[in-house]
Design a protein around this ligand. Structure first.
Ligand code: Q9C
Ligand code: ZN
Length: 335
């Protein structure tokens, strides 16, 4: 299977993040991508499909903000990476104000996603990698792998968060829909894919299923509960399957069966898999107990759905095991 990746995806390198009350080294490091490449081999460079497919998912004012945010941060006399600290949540209006701190709050959902000088460029090429891999699948490859880094599934139409800036899976799903495919997104990252859910919340033409740590105990807390099923035309086209901390493969597998039956019932003819290896037993920020060999079984079960597969990289922070975990998953997908 082809891997799509652009070297500029390594430019994004924030130094630290706010975690449980203090600053710690940033977990979503460039070495993640290097570890995956070392295990899966040489990538294909995505071509540049431009802004149109990105703007089909994200708001123009958000995209404009992302491109200037770090420059404006420096222009305000700040140093290092840009962080927000005030948010228009809980019934406040999302006013468009000039000050960089106001805009960081306006366009983000958390304080764990610093913006560094190379963040926009890396996010842009990450989205292009997703579109490149989609192109391979639309061209007849049974499966393709988009090594998206930074990840995407926490980013909504007009907000960043959870180490994510552009929602790579959603951008690919939207482009696939525009190409006439009936798309299901299966999100198997440890964390709920709140951004993807938000983007397709009221749409009936894209199915979203997510298996993740129960948001009662885990980030992103405010999304991913079992009673969230979509609204309006999207009512019933969102499926959330939260699982408790400590879940291992034997407990995970029945949830995956449920998600795959729902996707089959929806009549999908193309699947976008938001794949996070942060369900791994050794992940430093997560609490599931999936082992390396289990990823092969997980991918085989998904591939048995029998439709073209676009695998989009999301999280996974045990850098030393990441290459083996991703390689096992891709092998189960059919190599
Ligand atoms: N103390 C992905 O896996 N960390 N994002 C919150 C909690 C955010 C993970 C800090 C975790 C985001 C793509
Ligand atoms: Zn995650």
């Amino acid at each position: 299977m082809k891997t799509f990746f652009h070297p500029d995806q390594l430019l994004h390198a924030p130094v630290q993040e706010l975690h449980n009350g203090g600053f710690v080294p940033f977990a979503e490091v460039p070495a993640r991508a290097a570890a995956i490449l070392a295990a899966v081999g040489d990538p294909v460079l995505p071509r540049d499909a431009g802004m149109a497919p990105i703007a089909a998912v994200h708001d123009g004012d958000y995209l404009a903000f992302l491109q200037v945010a770090h420059r404006d941060w420096l222009a305000a006399g700040r140093h290092g990476d840009a962080h927000g600290y005030a948010w228009p949540v809980v019934r406040r209006r999302a006013l468009s104000l000039d000050r960089i701190d106001a805009r960081l709050g306006r366009f983000s959902m958390d304080a764990s996603t610093p913006i560094a000088p190379g963040s926009w460029t890396s996010a842009y090429w990450g989205a292009q990698s997703a579109l490149g891999a989609l192109g391979a699948v639309l061209g007849g490859d049974p499966a393709a792998f988009a090594l998206c880094r930074p990840p995407g599934h926490h980013a909504g139409r007009d907000y960043l968060g959870g180490y994510c800036f552009l929602n790579n899976a959603a951008i690919a799903a939207e482009a696939a829909t525009a190409a006439g495919r009936r798309v299901a997104i299966l999100d198997v990252d440890y964390h709920h894919g709140n951004g993807t859910q938000d983007i397709f919340w009221d749409r009936g033409d894209v199915f979203f299923a997510s298996i993740h740590a129960d948001p009662r105990t885990d980030y992103p807390f405010f999304w991913g509960h079992a009673d969230e099923v979509g609204e309006r035309a999207g009512a019933g086209a969102t499926l959330n399957l939260p699982l408790p901390q400590g879940t291992d493969w034997t407990q995970y597998r029945p949830a995956l069966d449920r998600a795959l039956s729902a996707i089959r019932a929806f009549g999908a003819d193309l699947m976008v898999v938001s794949f996070g290896a942060d369900t791994f037993a050794g992940d430093p920020i997560s609490q599931f107990r999936i082992e390396t060999a289990d990823y092969r079984a997980m991918a085989r079960q998904i591939a048995a759905a029998g439709m073209p597969m676009l695998v989009v990289m999301e999280g996974g922070y045990a850098v030393d095991a990441l290459g083996a975990n991703v390689a096992a998953f891709l092998e189960g997908m059919g190599g």
